[in-house]
Design a binder for this molecule. Structure first.
Ligand SMILES: *Cc1c(COP(=O)(O)O)cnc(C)c1O
Length: 412
């Protein structure tokens, strides 16, 4: 089943033309604009086929072999396959593939290891911590006592001295490493050492880089962290969802933290789609993809820096770049809106130095489309032209349409 088949299914067109139009409109948007949102990607037609399969009908509370519902013979096989593939792919003793999202996976990790009121050390939100790392608007900030560490205002790099000092002072029950906007590799060995020194658990929230880890393009947190939380839909290119990896010692606590503590029935169509994605991620083609994602990000970062933007940490090790556009005469918010009008879709983010809003870009989606470093040079120049307000905005929109048109995300 190809994506075209899924989206043009006669059934949907005939029964609900209104919704069929919406799906086509979105496919058209994704195909004619540039997806530089660092958390997004294009899943394969095989992943989409699993998501749109009759497994969506099945209730499956519990785990393979011990379910609260009958009729789980086939979905049990699917979940065991997903778990085995995840364990192989990441060299983990245990995997839980039921988390509905990255945030649910973090919630489950906290539930497995912490009690309400415990102290947790995590990257502060202004420096790229996720909502689940202690935001007052999130359960994490309300139920735990978060102590934030930061990045060096000059270099943009995690302030290791501060992490060590805060850990010694506050004796947290857990330390979280992981970010929504950190462009460099995280030094997991360092965090493990500090956690051991103060008797804390180490939770790696690898939602962003886990796909690079799968492809051998980033160091793995698995040997260092007590629990690794991740999403399956970012660079990893699977369905929207979460997962947890841990050692056998924590397997039962992690499983019980997911179900029944924080979730009900698993979404078996998504679990099956995760199995498909893990299978894809284990191939040499995916390893080549992951390395190309990083090469593209480095080229894009260098291009943006050459155009005058201030790239945080001076570059990137990953798929992700954050940059300050203000030297080109625009703040982050205006920059995002101008780029959106030209069909370049990306996010704003906080920047390390003060309250400046910057831009966050990623290369996972455009690399899946087949774009390479040549295209990244072009994209950097195009972004700079739009930010400087040079030329007509419809000219930039046409260039984006033409560029994207050469790299269709799905075969028509
Ligand atoms: C994306 C992300 C999450 C949350 O994932 P959702 O699926 O949106 O809930 C959690 N932590 C980090 C570090 C992330 O980047």
């Amino acid at each position: 089943m190809s994506v075209t088949h899924t989206l043009e299914a006669d059934v949907l067109r005939r029964q609900d033309p209104q919704l069929a139009d919406i799906l086509h409109g979105e496919l058209d948007r994704q195909s004619t604009t540039l997806q530089l949102i660092a958390a997004e990607n294009f899943t394969s037609p095989a992943v989409l086929a699993a998501l749109g399969s009759p497994l969506a009908n099945k209730y499956a509370e519990g785990y393979p072999g011990s379910r609260y519902h009958g009729g789980c013979e086939m979905v049990d096989v699917a979940e065991r396959l997903a778990v085995d593939r995840a364990k192989d792919l990441f060299g983990a003793e245990h995997a839980n593939v039921q988390s509905h999202s990255g945030s649910s996976a973090v919630l489950a990790a906290y539930a497995a290891l912490l009690r309400p009121g415990d102290t947790v050390l995590a990257l502060g939100l202004p420096y790229g911590g996720h909502l689940t790392h202690g935001s007052p608007a999130n359960f994490s900030g309300r139920w735990f006592d978060f102590v934030p560490y930061g990045v060096d205002a000059e270099t943009g790099l995690i302030d290791h001295d501060q992490v060590r000092t805060l850990a010694r002072t506050h004796r947290p029950k857990a330390i979280v490493c992981g970010s929504i906007a950190y462009p460099r590799h995280i030094d997991h060995a360092f965090f493990r050492e500090v956690a051991d020194e103060v008797g804390a658990y180490l939770i790696a929230d690898a939602a962003h880089p886990i796909g690079l880890v799968a492809g051998g393009a980033a160091p793995s947190p698995v040997p260092y962290a007590d629990i690794v939380c991740a999403t399956t839909h970012k660079v990893l290119r699977g369905p929207r969802g979460g997962m947890l990896l841990c050692g056998s010692d924590l397997a039962e606590r992690v499983d019980r933290a997911v179900f029944p503590f924080t979730q009900g029935g698993a979404q078996m169509h998504t679990v099956a789609a995760k199995a498909v994605a893990f299978g894809e991620a284990a191939t040499p083609a995916f390893a080549a993809y992951a390395h190309q994602v990083v090469a593209n990000a480095r080229t894009l970062a260098a291009g943006l820096a050459a155009q005058g933007l201030v790239v945080t940490t001076g570059g990137t090790d990953t798929h992700l770049i954050t940059a300050d556009p203000s030297p080109l005469g625009v703040d982050g918010r205006t920059a995002r809106l101008r780029l959106a009008a030209a069909g370049v879709v990306l996010d704003c983010c906080a920047l390390p130095h003060g309250d400046v809003r910057g831009l966050r870009l990623g290369t996972a989606a455009v690399t899946t489309q087949g774009m390479g470093e040549e295209e990244m040079v072009r994209v950097a120049a195009l972004i700079a032209r739009v930010l400087r307000g040079e030329g007509e905005s419809h000219t930039a929109r046409e260039e984006v349409r033409e560029l994207a048109g050469g790299f269709p995300p799905y075969p028509r």
